[in-house]
Design a protein around this ligand. Structure first.
Ligand SMILES: C[S@@+](CC[C@H](N)C(=O)[O-])C[C@H]1O[C@@H](n2cnc3c(N)ncnc32)[C@H](O)[C@@H]1O
Length: 227
């Protein structure tokens, strides 16, 4: 059976243990973090685990519109060793590019060795997402920002980076980890406050999804910078 298409470049594969989310593998034969490679009708897919990636969890939770498109230029804040980034790289394809920022040297080293060496559309940047001007020489204007930094000021970081890098009408996808902000408050109050900060920063909110049971006390917010 042909894979079911969720969004351009994102599929559901039928397997013995049910349906698995997957992206088209941009570098056939190569896997990056223990995911499975599955070939259907001569096309290779990489399975995408919603317990390992908040974007995959959001798709599983019913994401309505996938903001990331083929050919997009993406600034990824909190890229770590590149688990989700590898699927973003699949979705944007050879015509797109992702600049991945992380302030921890070890994951950046793993990103270089594990992913960027094998893909021309991924550029790692060792940098602090709270100080976008420090990497502005390395990153052009982008179509979208994906942020997963697990910091107390997650929305503020998105807004500051958007001022420097995001094109008018561009998208921002922000993962919110409520426990990084305040363990004493209800997660829903924290999500609402972060969303308000995005609005104040000039964003319109498209969608907000809670990611339980894949990620406890996390939400993913999809927004667009008003033209
Ligand atoms: C939850 S992990 C990211 C996982 C990754 N997005 C994925 O799905 O594969 C959060 C990452 O954000 C990074 N981080 C936290 N604060 C940061 C900052 N101010 N600047 C850059 N990276 C930051 C951490 O080093 C960590 O690697």
């Amino acid at each position: 059976m042909s894979p079911k298409r969720f969004f351009p470049g994102v599929y559901a594969l039928e397997g013995e243990s049910g349906e698995a989310l997957a992206t088209l593998n941009l570098t056939p034969g190569r896997r990056f973090y223990g995911e499975q490679l599955v070939t259907v009708d001569g096309v290779e897919y990489r399975t995408w685990n919603p317990y390992r990636s908040k974007l995959a969890a959001a798709i599983r939770k019913g994401l309505g519109v996938m903001p990331i498109s083929r050919g997009d230029k993406v600034l990824y804040l909190g890229v770590a060793s590149g688990t989700t980034c590898s699927h973003v790289s699949d979705i944007i394809g050879v015509g797109g590019h992702v600049w991945g920022v992380d302030f921890a040297p070890r994951p950046i080293r793993d990103l270089i060795e594990g992913l960027a060496k094998h893909r021309d559309n991924v550029s790692p940047i060792l940098g602090d997402a709270r100080r976008p001007r420090t990497y502005s020489v390395n990153v052009p204007k982008v179509n979208g920002i994906y942020a997963d930094v697990a910091q107390p000021d997650q929305a503020g970081i998105v807004v500051e980076n958007a001022r420097v890098f995001l094109k008018s009408g561009g998208w921002a996808v922000m993962a919110v980890k409520s426990r990084s902000i305040d363990v004493t408050k209800a997660p829903q109050r924290i999500y609402a406050a972060e969303i308000e900060k995005l609005r104040e920063g000039g964003f319109e909110i498209d969608e907000s999804l809670e990611l339980d049971p894949f990620e406890k006390d996390h939400a993913l917010v999809v927004s667009r910078l008003k033209p």
